[in-house]
Design a protein around this ligand. Structure first.
Ligand SMILES: C[S@@+](CC[C@H](N)C(=O)[O-])C[C@H]1O[C@@H](n2cnc3c(N)ncnc32)[C@H](O)[C@@H]1O
Length: 260
């Protein structure tokens, strides 16, 4: 299941999706870059008359899905790496990034590139994964996954991606500050992904790259998870499932005046 399906259906405490929450952070910006845009669901939300939208992703398959969205007919959709953006300086008023920055390597280079392509005063707003919210389906999934991984050979391990500093506010400031950003504003929301037990597997497993595991192991894990999750169902048939998401926003400071 794509991230867009999982988080498209998930809802924060005020009923908005994490895409809505991020879009609201750049509401007044005209030239917007979506970094790691995936299949373009956030861009679709951002598409509005007069707004210039650009999406960048390293996956041609995801970009192909984005290109099929009618709302993105006028958007620029570019294959590339966030560490080396193929755009001129000061090309954007805002940059958004949903569940992508924390997966990227050399994130200091990414921050420098975002700062270069943003106009002074521009906004960088990103949604970063914060893990299971506690006491429900995600924890069950992880408790079943851990022993499987502990006995799996190295080539079946889930690759560890990204930079741990993106997981907390101080770490993100360490990355963004040297690139020229003001201290981040940081909000943590729990996205409710609760669903009936039989619908939960694609949702929880998509947030971890479980594909290196053999298909038989995955099938067993799925069956065990679905049975045990069903026992956690509430009266309405849904199993509580919450994912913590950090929404971080930072402004690009104007360049320092040369000293006389
Ligand atoms: C979990 S998906 C999120 C996609 C989309 N933002 C969403 O939330 O629906 C992460 C995306 O980041 C992209 N990505 C990861 N590293 C990247 C990089 N260095 N440069 C550009 N895109 C990258 C992946 O190809 C993938 O589409």
């Amino acid at each position: 299941m794509a991230t867009s399906q999982t988080f498209g259906e998930g809802r924060g405490p005020d009923g908005r999706s994490s895409y809505d929450l991020l879009a609201a952070r750049v509401a007044g910006s005209e030239r917007v870059l979506d970094l790691g845009c995936g299949d373009g669901v956030l861009m679709e939300l951002l598409a509005a008359a007069g707004r210039e939208l650009t999406g960048l992703d390293l996956s041609p398959d995801s970009l192909a899905v984005a290109r099929r969205r009618p709302a993105l007919a006028d958007a620029r959709l570019v294959e590339g790496r966030a560490q080396r953006l193929p755009f001129p300086d000061n090309d954007f008023d805002a940059c958004v990034s949903h569940m992508a920055l924390m997966l990227m390597d050399d994130v200091d280079a990414v921050a420098a590139e975002v700062a270069r392509v943003l106009a002074p005063g521009g906004t960088f707003a990103c949604a970063l994964g914060g893990g299971a919210a506690g006491g429900e389906a995600f924890e069950l999934f992880l408790s079943l996954l851990r022993p499987v991984l502990a006995s799996a050979p190295p080539h079946q391990q889930i690759p560890s991606l990204g930079d741990r500093r993106t997981r907390n506010r101080a770490g993100l400031d360490e990355i963004l500050g040297p690139a020229g950003f003001a201290p981040v504003s940081w909000e943590t929301v729990v996205i409710d992904l609760s669903a009936p037990a039989e619908q939960l597997w694609p949702l929880v497993s998509c947030l971890y790259d479980v594909l290196p595991l053999p298909s038989g192991t995955l099938a067993d894990l799925r069956a065990e998870f679905t049975t045990e999750a069903a026992a956690l169902a509430r009266a309405d048939g849904t199993v509580p499932c919450g994912f913590r998401l950090h929404i971080a926003t930072a402004s690009l400071l104007p360049p320092a005046e040369p000293r006389s």
